[in-house]
Write a protein that binds this ligand. Structure first.
Ligand SMILES: Cc1ncc(COP(=O)(O)O)c(C=O)c1O
Length: 437
């Protein structure tokens, strides 16, 4: 249970924060926690405060912190080999991980895997695969998307102007189209729209300025994370898939945040009746040991060695951590727990939506949830300040939260959270909402 002994940041934390500000770039962190120890869903800071974590380190700690099986698997690999040019020499852990990823990911066709070290790199690989296969440049991405911050993936990212402002021009030939965001539908009357947001690609983009045979890929997230935990309606992804099929355009599904059990399915796109051609994962794959993977239909392979590679991707240590993470998710039924606990959370969050005027909408699937704050429920004007106030007040009571989108708080606890801890965190949130709204 959370336990705040000294208001954060305590004296030891303050020292580290000062050093951080002196020596690190990106020193404006979202909250003043200097975490030292993790235990399942709890983080302990260097001043001894104990917090309940509703972020999983942005969907990384899906199996919780310091899982004993994960530690044992990493230690076992440490005693054998950390690294030996995994893209140039063969290695058993890498092959075993690739095999299990091909087996558990959607699609019965032959697949292959490219390993990297992060989400953005897994997206870069997907982009290069699609471009090489289609021998053309153009990519369609979605407004509100987040796909990373390297120069290729940044061109696809469209969730906040700050991400791009100082870095223009980016990769050219990317067209952004509206996402299936019914709460903020750009096409009015969502109930009668027949997914116009998806059809817009065919009706407007392809008919007026972009020949579909020049499109290398359509890339999307199954649920937009950074963009505000936006869950598209049933039928949205199916329509996109249909458009891709009609024009033989590969569909890239970015599961970096939503993947590996987070939404109550191993892959979030399994909530829709859709099989992507290329899937990107990272974040929770190594439970904190950096690893990214691009899983793809074998027909999109890089044909010649040297077309794409890296130094660390597929290194034995990260692969051992990732393989064990998947085994833990499967054997401890954490995906099922995510679905079950998601319903538990959602019931209470819906009560909050009714009770508190500034909550415009709560939404999510499994343990990937968001609360959107508005100044006016009818106009849906975002309340930019309230989420910050709530997150700061929650922290003082021992609950860690993170923002998303314009005015959303994300709720993403580790997948092994139980009802007791969930209730504890939700009670803190309720108290804070009562005080702040
Ligand atoms: C959907 C999605 N794709 C890609 C990325 C980029 O991942 P990374 O920060 O590991 O580069 C993120 C990060 O939040 C993400 O949420």
């Amino acid at each position: 249970m959370p336990l705040i002994k000294i208001p954060p940041p305590g004296p030891k934390s303050k020292k580290i924060i000062e050093m951080d500000q002196k020596y690190l770039c990106n020193s404006t962190k979202v909250s003043p926690i200097v975490a030292e120890i993790g235990k399942k869903c709890i983080l302990i800071d260097i001043d001894g405060n104990e917090y309940l974590d509703f972020t999983s380190g942005i969907s990384v700690a899906n199996i919780g912190y310091q899982h004993p099986r994960l530690k044992a698997a990493i230690k076992k690999q440490l005693d054998k080999l950390i690294h030996f040019a995994p893209q140039d020499f063969y290695n058993e852990t890498q092959v075993k991980l690739a095999k299990i990823l091909c087996e558990i990911s959607p699609g019965t066709f032959d697949k292959k895997v490219f390993f990297s070290n992060s989400g953005t790199e897994s997206v870069e690989a997907a982009l290069k695969l699609a471009r090489a296969q289609r021998n053309c440049l153009h990519v369609i991405a979605f407004i509100g998307a987040f796909h990373g911050r390297t120069m290729g993936s940044l061109a696809l990212t469209a969730s906040k102007p700050i991400h791009r402002r100082e870095f223009l021009p980016l990769l050219s030939n990317v067209t952004h189209v509206p996402y299936g965001n019914c709460y903020h539908c750009k096409f009015e009357s969502p109930s009668e729209c027949g997914f116009y947001c998806a059809d817009y690609i065919e009706d407007v983009i392809f008919r007026t300025f972009l020949p579909p045979d020049k499109v290398a890929a359509i890339i999307t997230e199954p649920i937009q994370g950074e963009g505000g935990m936006v869950v598209p309606p049933e039928g949205f992804h199916e329509n996109i898939r249909k458009i891709c099929d009609e024009h033989q355009v590969p569909l890239v599904m970015d599961e970096v945040q939503a993947g590996l059990g987070r939404t109550g399915k191993m892959f979030a796109i399994e909530h829709w009746n859709v099989v992507p051609d290329i899937i990107t994962i990272a974040k929770s794959l190594g439970s904190g040991v950096p690893i990214g993977a691009t899983i793809f239909n074998s027909k999109y392979n890089f044909d010649e060695s040297g077309m794409h590679s890296n130094t660390f991707g597929g290194n034995p240590l990260a692969c051992a951590a990732a393989f064990e993470t998947i085994k833990i998710l499967q054997e401890e039924k954490l995906v099922e727990n995510s679905a079950k606990m998601g319903k538990f959370f959602m019931k209470r969050l819906k009560e909050f939506e009714n009770d508190y005027e500034p909550i415009g909408q709560v939404r999510g699937k499994g343990l990937m949830m968001g609360i959107e704050f508005v100044k006016d429920k009818k106009l849906k004007t975002p309340d930019l300040e309230l989420p910050k106030k709530i997150m700061s007040a929650a922290l003082k009571k021992g609950l860690i939260l993170l923002p998303a989108g314009v005015s959303v708080i994300r709720i993403m606890p580790p997948l092994n959270i139980d009802e007791e801890l969930a209730t504890e965190g939700l009670n803190i949130l309720d108290e804070v909402l009562k005080e702040s709204c």
